[in-house]
Design a protein around this ligand. Structure first.
Ligand code: AMP
Ligand code: MG
Length: 407
C-alpha cells in the first residue's frame, strides 16, 4: 500500500542518523555543522586596546584645549612593556594596539591637533572612551558556538580569532547516484535512435553538492539484472544510494526487485504524491537507499521533498524540513483526492503578501516549468480543489525575485 507523504518522510527521517564526526580544516568549514560546542579558550579581546587611531591619555588631564606632551607611541602589534601614560602626557596609539598603563581613555586623532611635540585636545573627553575592554566581546570559558550550529563566515571568524585551525563537524555523506535505463547515454556520447541523455545524474549531483553532500556518479545501469546487480552493489558501498527510474510497473522496471535481492530491506514503495508516486525507500546495513522515479521533474521534486531532509539529518542539521512560506494561490488548482500534489509555482511579492501562480504545464514530462518555478506548493491530500485566493504552503526553491532569466 502506498504511504502518505508525511508517513514516508517520517519513515525516512527515523531511519537515518547523523554521520560520525571528523576534524576539518578551517578553510573547508563553511556550511558544515559543528559537532561539539566551542568554548572560548581566551577572552576576546585578549587585552584592553584602542578602538581608534589617536592618543592614549588620562581623562582627568583633558580639560578644554589642554595641551599634552606626546611621550611614546604604540602601533598595532606593538608592546606596552616600556610605555606608560604619565600625568599630563599622551601616548600616540593606533587602532588595535594595547592600551599602555596609566591610560584610561583614548582621544581620536580627529579630535586633536598636534604642535611642537604636543597634542591639543579639542572637544569633550569621556572617561573610558574608545577603549575596547578585555573580554567585552567574548569571555574565556563561555560557549560561543553551540553544537549543531551551521558554520557561516561569522562563526569561522570567531574560530580563527581563537587561533583554531580545525573544528569537529559531522561528516558529509558520500551519495552514490545511479541512473538506470536502456535508453540513456552520457552527455558527450553520440545519441542513437530512441536514446536520451542521462540528465538526472547531473541534477542529483548538483542537488547533493548544493546542500553539502559528496556525490559519486556510478554511471548508467541497464534494465537487466546483471547490470543492475553490478552497479547497485557498488552503490551500496556509499553512505547513501540514490537510483533513478526503473521503479514503475513496466516489465523492465527491475530496481526494486534487484535491491531486494541484494538484501535491501524495503520500508516503502509508492507514496501518495504527485509527481513521484513510485518512489521507494529501503535500508541496507542501516544505509538509506532511495529509488526515485525517472522523469526529471519527479526525480528532482522527490529529492527535494524526501531525500534532502534525510541528507541534512545525516550531516547533523537540526532543522531538516524546509519551513513553509504562506502564499495566496492566484488561480484555482484541481488535483486528485488522496494525494499530496507538488505544484511548481512562481512566488511573487505584491507588496502586501506573497502570491503563488502556477509556473505552467504541470505534466511530469515538462521540466521547463521547474526552471520557471521558485517554489513548490504542497497541496494537501484531502483536497480536490484549492480555490484562487486560498492560502497555500510553499517550499521555496529559489529567491522570490530574480527569475526573469528563466522565462
Ligand atoms: P522509467 O521510470 O524508467 O519508466 O523512466 C521514466 C521516464 O524518465 C522515461 O521517459 C525515461 O526515459 C526518463 N528517464 C529515466 N532516467 C532518466 C535519466 N537518467 N535522465 C533523464 N531522463 C530519464
Ligand atoms: Mg526505464
Amino acid at each position: 500500500m502506498a504511504k502518505t507523504f508525511e508517513c514516508a518522510r517520517s519513515l525516512i527521517l527515523e531511519a537515518v542518523a547523523p554521520l560520525p564526526v571528523e576534524s576539518v580544516p578551517i578553510l573547508e568549514l563553511v556550511g558544515r555543522v559543528l559537532a561539539e560546542e566551542v568554548k572560548a579558550p581566551c577572552d576576546i579581546p585578549r587585552w584592553d586596546n584602542s578602538a581608534m587611531d589617536g592618543f592614549a591619555v588620562r581623562a582627568a588631564d583633558c580639560g578644554s584645549l589642554k595641551s599634552l606632551q606626546i611621550d611614546g607611541y604604540v602601533p598595532a602589534g606593538g608592546s606596552t612593556c616600556d610605555i606608560h601614560v604619565s600625568p599630563g602626557k599622551a601616548v600616540r596609539i593606533m587602532t588595535g594596539a594595547p592600551t599602555p598603563k596609566g591610560c584610561d581613555t583614548i582621544v581620536p586623532m580627529e579630535d586633536t591637533e598636534e604642535k611642537d611635540g604636543h597634542v591639543v585636545i579639542k572637544g569633550w573627553v569621556e572617561l573610558g572612551d574608545h577603549i575596547r575592554v578585555r573580554g567585552e566581546d567574548v569571555q574565556k570559558g563561555e560557549v560561543v558556538i553551540a553544537a549543531g550550529c551551521v558554520l557561516r563566515p561569522a562563526e569561522i571568524n570567531m574560530l580563527a580569532s581563537f587561533g583554531l585551525q580545525n573544528s569537529s563537524v559531522f561528516c558529509r555523506p558520500r551519495v552514490a547516484i545511479l541512473s538506470t535505463g536502456d535508453e540513456l547515454v552520457e552527455p558527450g556520447e553520440p545519441l542513437g535512435p530512441g536514446q536520451i541523455f542521462n540528465s538526472n545524474a547531473y541534477s542529483l549531483a548538483a542537488a547533493v553538492s548544493e546542500i553539502g553532500g559528496e556525490p559519486l556518479l556510478l554511471g548508467i545501469a541497464r534494465d537487466n539484472r546483471e547490470s543492475l546487480k553490478e552497479k547497485l552493489t557498488s552503490g551500496l558501498q556509499a553512505d547513501v544510494l540514490i537510483t533513478t527510474a526503473g521503479v514503475s510497473m513496466g516489465d523492465r522496471d527491475l530496481v526494486c526487485e534487484m535491491l531486494q535481492e541484494l538484501g535491501v530491506e524495503r520500508l516503502f514503495w509508492k507514496v501518495d504524491i504527485k509527481p513521484g508516486r513510485p518512489t521507494a525507500f529501503g535500508l541496507k546495513d542501516g544505509k538509506p537507499v532511495f529509488s526515485l522515479p525517472g522523469n526529471p521533474v519527479s526525480t528532482m521534486v522527490t529529492f527535494e521533498e524526501l531525500v534532502r531532509p534525510a541528507l541534512l539529518k545525516m550531516m547533523g542539521h537540526q532543522r531538516v524540513i524546509k519551513p513553509f512560506v504562506k502564499a495566496t494561490l492566484n488561480e484555482t488548482a484541481t488535483k486528485r483526492l488522496g494525494r499530496v500534489q507538488f505544484l511548481r509555482v512562481r512566488v511573487a511579492d505584491n507588496g502586501e503578501s506573497l502570491v503563488a501562480s502556477s509556473s505552467g504545464d504541470q505534466n511530469t514530462g515538462i521540466l521547463r516549468t521547474l526552471l520557471r518555478a521558485n517554489g513548490i506548493a504542497v497541496l494537501p491530500a484531502d483536497r480536490e480543489q484549492i480555490e484562487a485566493g486560498e492560502e497555500v504552503d510553499i517550499h521555496l526553491i529559489a529567491d522570490i525575485e530574480g527569475l526573469d532569466a528563466a522565462k
